[in-house]
Design a protein around this ligand. Structure first.
Ligand SMILES: Nc1ncnc2c1ncn2[C@@H]1O[C@H](COP(=O)(O)OP(=O)(O)OP(=O)(O)O)[C@@H](O)[C@H]1O
Length: 477
């Protein structure tokens, strides 16, 4: 349906692009997958702005019916950040305003105070290939300038160590959340920065007034699994549309409990650290929002977490996979040995029970809450954004070529789950018990959202969904 509903008479509708003002007639169609704002000049010339390029529409203070439309130009030519432009428009269609107007939580009058909200911007300087700081200066700062938000109304944090995000969250964000204060965190990082925030928010008990902070993700990491899975990268705005127009919804989490000797590997696996202990169970615990894996996936994430590999961006995962699947000595890939059990819920009775996977040797065991581990790597095609269902993808030992074929199908919209060699099921929990079956610690590595935990010879990991509300994530509904 086409509409040119404006509060202003159509003849008063105008576009101002730079110094040039033109009378136009706007039309906007919501239907179809490709909405566009079209505007036609009196001489009949028509232009359009593609919905996928629009970052947001901002009211202009004290000028009735006047808005700034901020959008990305030349999306096909983008490098590390978008080329951003704005035009001033008078008399935009109401449907268009409803779809694209900023929802960013600050006052709409530049002279008024912002809503009672703390805004933190976290720039994770070493995430991905180290582009977060540049992205902030070239993309985020210019876009925030369209909001009635002074620079002193948000706090900018640059990470200085791998502990920066955890410490900021524990010392500043968690105490305010416990006081019931509304907070918005804008993080420029990959999944690692997010998992640090989540674990830090769960590092101390929550008070009754606890208010989950709202998290906006700008995907500046390598895999960016969560951002891709909730649709933040579905348009041409690099996540800026979600920043300006997103809504906050609870982020589903899982809890991984470990045997007492489990250790977090840090500093390219040259050092190890104890995990936080869950106050109720006394067990070492790590929370995640993306993935818990053991076997090939955990191995390649762990092997490729070095400065040298990181220079290659997401390609590092494929490089490490090739080395694992085709060892230099010509041997077959490792077959992973442990008892793997899944927790299932009976649909009729709602009762839960554990059942072992009938296989002693494994290649790939991966439980996930999300659909994509990279933009085009769809590990769990049935997973919906923030759907909350934990799903298991698993298969047994195979030749390197066969693993490449199956994993290649994941790049074709997740078709691997239809392959007879692959198990794919809804689960409530996962348990991996080593029972002394793996001598070499290398094969006892578990991956939680990119972090690597090494479990002892007779150790184990158990994953269950975490039901407490901890953090909301901002995305385009
Ligand atoms: N200034 C810094 N000094 C040391 N470590 C840092 C610094 N800034 C960030 N880090 C660490 O770098 C890591 C970056 O992880 P992050 O997940 O954000 O990016 P990634 O691993 O490239 O992406 P993904 O997890 O999405 O694949 C985190 O462990 C973080 O603590």
């Amino acid at each position: 349906m086409e509409s040119n509903l404006t509060e202003a008479p159509a003849l008063l509708s105008q576009i101002q692009d730079g110094d040039v003002r033109t009378k136009v007639i706007f039309t906007y169609s919501r239907s179809g997958s490709d909405p566009k704002l079209k505007y036609q000049c009196v001489n009949g010339n028509e232009s359009a702005i593609d919905g996928k390029d629009i970052i947001g529409v901002f009211p202009t203070p004290r000028q009735r019916l006047t808005h700034k439309v901020v959008f990305v130009v030349n999306p096909e030519k983008q490098g590390d950040h978008p080329d951003i432009k704005s035009i001033t428009a008078i008399g935009l269609p109401i449907d268009f305003l409803q779809d694209y107007e900023s929802t960013f939580p600050v006052g709409i009058d530049s002279e008024g105070p912002p809503h009672d909200i703390f805004i933190h911007i976290i720039i994770s300087t070493l995430s991905g290939t180290g582009k977060a700081k540049d992205f902030y200066n070239r993309a985020i700062k210019p876009v925030l300038s369209y909001l009635p938000l002074q620079e002193n109304q948000y706090i900018l944090h640059y990470t200085q160590s791998e502990k920066s995000v955890t410490e900021l969250t524990a010392h500043t964000i968690l105490p305010r959340a416990n006081e019931g204060t509304r907070q918005r965190i804008i993080i420029l990082s990959g999944d690692g920065g997010i998992v640090d925030i989540i674990n830090s928010l769960l590092s101390a008990p929550h008070r009754g007034k606890y208010r989950p902070p709202e998290l906006t993700i700008l995907p500046l990491g390598t895999g960016n699994a969560l951002a891709h899975s909730i649709g933040i990268t579905n348009d041409n705005t690099f996540g800026l549309a979600s920043l300006i127009r997103g809504h906050a919804k609870p982020l589903p989490l899982f809890k991984a409990s470990f045997s007492p000797g489990a250790r977090l590997l840090v500093d390219e696996a040259n050092s190890e650290e104890e995990l936080a202990t869950d106050p109720d169970s006394g067990k070492p615990t790590l929370y995640g929002a993306v993935v818990c894996s053991w076997g090939m996936h955990a191995g390649l994430v762990g092997d490729s977490d070095t400065t040298e590999y990181r220079k290659h961006g997401a390609e590092r995962f494929r490089m490490a996979a090739k080395e694992a699947l085709f060892p230099a000595d010509g041997s077959a890939p490792h077959t992973y040995k442990a008892k793997v059990s899944v927790l299932k819920k009976d649909a009729a009775s709602n009762e839960e029970s554990w059942a072992p996977i009938p296989r002693n040797e494994h290649m790939y065991v991966l439980a996930t809450l999300v659909s994509n581990l990279e933009k085009s790597f769809t590990i769990s095609p049935a997973s919906k954004p923030l759907g909350g269902q934990l799903r298991l993808v698993h298969f047994g030992p195979m030749a390197g070529e066969e693993v490449m074929r199956v994993m290649g199908l994941a790049y074709q919209a997740g078709q691997h789950v239809n392959d007879p060699a692959v198990g794919y099921e809804d689960i409530e929990g996962l348990c991996v018990e080593f029972e002394g079956r793996e001598e070499d610690a290398r094969w006892r590595r578990i991956c939680i959202d990119g972090k690597i935990i090494r479990v002892e010879k007779d150790g184990w990991v158990e994953v269950r969904k975490e039901e407490r509300p901890v953090i909301d994530v901002v995305f385009l509904v």
